[in-house]
Design a protein around this ligand. Structure first.
Ligand code: ATP
Ligand code: MG
Length: 301
């Protein structure tokens, strides 16, 4: 397939899962098992498509790096075992590691808690020309912290700022922050890998029953699973309030890993294509210097 067709295909593949106007969004409209027109038999074809996507992504990243103007911020959120790590690993497998910065956000440290909630993310933002990946992010502040009010209690916010409006305030702050980033040439793209409760159970069992996968399991994962419905509500509300044209969410079906990966790759390709990237044009003067250097090298004996 030619480059142009591939880009077109990437747009078609990712568009059904793109949310850029939050109000109309309902989580129940996205089926975690959805694979569009692909069936399980198409898995090899999907893998081929991913390989093409990974190659195209690498080309785009080279442009991004050379132009050194834009940065891309990819945010990954999901329930445990939805496949964040594997998706990041596969989708970014062709990309030059020098042009990529991955940050994983765990429970905040006491130093983090001594600052505002965007502080630690702000320090991890990608430089121009780079792709920044957030494996979890400040969105945990309207997800896990909302599901577990005791976490908010532990934050050292002044008590009059912890009122019932706090979630609306955080949504508003996140919207403004992301608009600020976009206006500064750091384009945010947010992914919610939407796995079903049934598929999560299957993957947890696999982790428990396979010695090589035991390390991936933690008792906390089962505790969070018990709050499934609260999490789904928190995700829906978060996406409804923070999906904007400049910082869209992609709600990606995650019961089939091969499908999740092609949709994520497609969305990133589409976003990079929108940036109108180009290699820097060499000035006449610089071209002359290149020619001089060329001559000098050829003249060496
Ligand atoms: P992951 O679960 O992302 O695959 P992991 O298992 O290696 O990674 P954990 O030690 O489970 O890492 O850390 C992630 C945990 O940190 C999640 O349960 C998440 O909810 C929590 N977390 C992240 N950010 C925050 C935050 N701002 N406030 C509270 N908890 C947070
Ligand atoms: Mg974990």
């Amino acid at each position: 397939m030619r480059r142009k067709e591939l880009i077109q295909r990437a747009r078609e593949l990712s568009k059904p899962f793109r949310v850029e106007k939050g109000e109309a969004f309902r989580l129940k409209h996205v089926d975690p098992g959805d694979t569009l027109e692909f069936s399980a038999e198409d898995k090899p074809r999907a893998k081929e498509a991913l390989a093409l996507g990974v190659e195209l992504l690498a080309d785009f990243q080279d442009l991004l790096y050379a132009q050194d103007r834009w940065a891309l911020l990819l945010i990954f959120q999901a329930m445990d075992a939805a496949g964040k790590d594997g998706t990041i690993k596969h989708v970014m497998s062709g990309v030059n590691p020098q042009g990529c910065q991955v940050s994983s956000f765990k429970a905040p440290s006491s130093v983090d808690l001594d600052h505002d909630f965007l502080w630690r993310s702000n320090q991890a933002l990608p430089e121009r020309g780079r792709i920044g990946i957030f494996n979890r992010s400040y969105y945990e502040e309207t997800l896990v912290v909302r599901v577990h009010p005791e976490l908010l209690e532990r934050q050292s916010l002044p008590s009059q700022l912890k009122g019932k409006d706090i979630w609306q305030h955080r949504f508003q702050d996140i919207r403004h922050y992301e608009r600020y980033l976009a206006r500064n040439g750091i384009a945010p793209l947010k992914f919610f890998l939407h796995v079903s409760k049934k598929e999560q159970k299957k993957r947890f069992l696999e982790r428990l029953e396979t010695p090589e996968k035991n390390w991936k399991f933690s008792a906390a994962d089962i505790r969070e699973r018990a709050h499934w419905d609260d999490y789904m509500e928190a995700y829906e509300d978060t996406i409804r309030h923070t999906a904007t044209p400049e910082a869209p969410w992609y709600v990606v079906p995650a019961d089939n890993k091969w499908f999740t990966r092609i949709v994520v790759a497609a969305a990133i390709i589409d976003a990079l294509d929108q940036l109108d990237l180009a290699y820097p044009v060499v000035s006449e003067e610089a071209r002359q210097r290149l020619q001089d250097a060329h001559q000098a090298l050829l003249a060496e004996n």
